[in-house]
Write a protein that binds this ligand. Structure first.
Ligand code: H2U
Length: 338
């Protein structure tokens, strides 16, 4: 019989159709690498050299307003532009296509020293409000078929500035990860007339071994197929296709679980926990997408300490992702840090 805590095994991701190799016995091996303790210098609430602080001038020459809560602007170095060609290029075996889009930068707070877990729930709710508005406004544009809301947190994740902020990339084509998730949710919806994630959530709530925390409207859990050591998903209990459908009470609850989860992350290694996180939800291509069930995924790279991160190298670059500590162990740890 397969013992998840002992036997190497593969787990299937029901959303993407991909597999992850789990090697639980390896979590017991001795660690002889370095474990550094890092003490973080407390940031000032205002940094005159920060391009995101209120009133400061950005690298592109624009001046930020004296904002009190959140602030959103079009990225001065945007990866996608609204004008330009959408033309298809095909030449023998070579294929390319022009891509149009809009990139936005979202400042979560005027206070340079904060991160999401430090912010009051009311202040996080204003971030959720802004995400909702941006999804609806950008998604309504006829050349925008997908809106990706995300945050890169921490230098380790390539974040360019400690000021609390995230990004939004909205574009014409639907990204590949979202297409993979659309496909499997649609197959399930067509076969059962139910949301794949709603049924998954029901099973996780029953088993209760990968749950981290929950409130009236949301659950945070380590998915069965998690790749990153402390990978986590926040799933709404109601079948929401996108953030535009969130009611005020749900936005409050979303803000509350965001705070709860990210505070737990910070306690794992007593550090400001780096991650890439983002919301996956229905594309804005004009289709109904009843199959889609919104979720927010966190991919934190830390493995053993505030400085030892997991690298996706070797076998993982060439074959399949692999993990040592099981999702159940990670969930137990995060549960205990409430
Ligand atoms: P990251 O920290 O995740 O890199 O996001 C910050 C974004 O802010 C980055 O995409 C933009 C960068 O292009 N930016 C501006 O739009 N204006 C500036 O003055 C500096 C940075």
């Amino acid at each position: 019989m397969l013992d998840f805590a002992e036997h190497p095994h593969r787990r299937y991701n029901i959303l993407t159709g991909e597999w992850v190799l789990v090697s639980p016995h390896r979590a017991k091996r001795p660690w002889q690498g370095k474990i550094e303790v890092i003490t973080l210098a407390k940031q000032a609430s205002y940094d005159p050299n920060c391009y995101l602080c209120p009133g400061n001038t950005r690298a592109g020459g624009h001046q930020n307003p004296d904002y009190q809560h959140t602030f959103v602007f079009t990225n001065d170095f945007a990866a996608l532009k609204p004008d330009g060609s959408s033309d298809l290029f095909e030449n023998g075996l070579l294929k390319a296509q022009g891509e149009r889009g809009i990139c936005r930068v979202v400042c979560f707070s005027p206070d340079h020293s904060l991160t999401l877990p430090d912010m009051e729930i009311d202040a996080i709710e204003k971030v959720v409000d802004l995400w909702q508005q941006e999804y609806l406004t950008l998604g309504a544009l006829d050349f925008i078929n997908h809106v990706q809301i995300f945050e890169n947190k921490g230098e380790m994740m390539g974040c360019s500035n400690p000021h609390p902020h995230g990004q939004i990339w909205a574009q014409t084509s639907i990204p590949q990860e979202v297409t993979r998730k659309s496909k499997r949710q649609l197959q399930y919806w067509q076969a059962t007339n139910r949301s794949l994630l709603q049924d998954y959530l029901k099973q996780e709530l029953n088993e209760a071994i990968r749950l981290i925390c929950q409130n009236e409207h949301f659950v945070a859990l380590v998915p069965f197929w998690a790749v990153w050591p402390y990978e986590t998903m926040i799933i709404p209990k109601r079948h929401l296709q996108h953030i535009g459908q969130m009611k005020n009470i749900e936005k409050q609850a979303f803000a509350a679980i965001l705070k709860d989860l990210t505070q737990r992350f910070d306690r794992v290694f007593d550090t400001s926990f780096p991650y890439s996180a983002g919301i996956h939800q229905s594309p804005t291509d004009g289709e109904a997408h009843p199959e889609w069930h919104l979720h927010m995924t966190f991919y934190p790279p830390l493995l053993r300490s505030a400085t030892v991160k997991k690298f996706m190298v070797g076998y993982e670059m060439l074959a399949d992702p692999q993990r040592d500590i099981t999702p159940e162990m990670a969930a137990e740890k995060l549960r205990s840090l409430g």
